[in-house]
Design a protein around this ligand. Sequence first.
Ligand code: ASP
Length: 323
Amino acid sequence: MAPGSGAGAVSEPVTGQPVVISTWDTGLAANKGAWEVLSRSGSALDAVEAGVKVTESSINCCVGLGANPDRDGFVTLDASIMDHQFNCGSVAALERIKHPISVARRVMEKTPHVLLVGAGAQQFAVAEGFPLEDGKLSGDAKKAYEQWLKKSEYKPVINIENTKSSAYMAAPARLPNGEWNHDTIGMVAMDASGNLSGSVTTSGMGFKMRGRVGDSPIIGAGMFVDNEVGAVAATGQGEDVIRMCGSHAVVEYMRQGMTPEQACKAAVERIIRIKKEKAKDIQVAFIALNKKGETGAYAIQKGFSYAIKNNTEERMVEVKSIL
Ligand code: ASP
């Protein structure tokens, strides 16, 4: 799929249950993981956890422990999960744990809290039996970090894919020169009972300030589920998604009667109004699923796509953009 070719494409509605959608090309493999659960009449919650765990496990992907580190050389991970009853859990700046999404689920199920961060999140994970990994950078991440260290230039802006080579679309992983500076997988699903759930997991922004947390673990920003209406996940410049509670806004637009695509577009337009001329420098995209099983997405910039899987199809959907 050529980068940017999504400008005129439409993500047509899909009806029928169950269905799973997730961000970027890595979503194809992740959807398969989710589908193993959904096709056996499992819950959407189990599906969105199983799905993004596939991505967290892939060593040279920019999600999970294989991801780019922060500017001090530590891989710090953010993740969140939410079910059909407003139960939610998240972790931020979690180090040396392979499956942040499962720790987020444990926060949801085993604590009275929603979000645990940093050392406390790791302590909780270890107490829950998650193995503490060695914390070494993966081969690709080490190369990318060494490359970045040469200039140590702090540029906290997420890549805009369409301005880069087609390698960005073909394989959303870092390029040898370390230019690719982020990746996230966001997933939303509906199960055979018609219940919705969502999950997001990410290393955030490569070479970020130590302690920087993006939108992904912030419920309502990086992901939100309202089982009466729909489920939404975000990707792109996290700070700008947090500022306007992006995923929550998309759900509210759908509540007002918009289709998933219209709702994602309205949220993206709102970010552009907030950012004014600076909008051209950032990428933000949303994916959404409503109670009818219709899906849609919208991005600020060209080059974004999402993966869909249901009973009848399994494919990438190119997404329209404003710019
Ligand atoms: N939204 C993520 C963050 O800002 C990055 C991404 O979507 O790749 O941390």
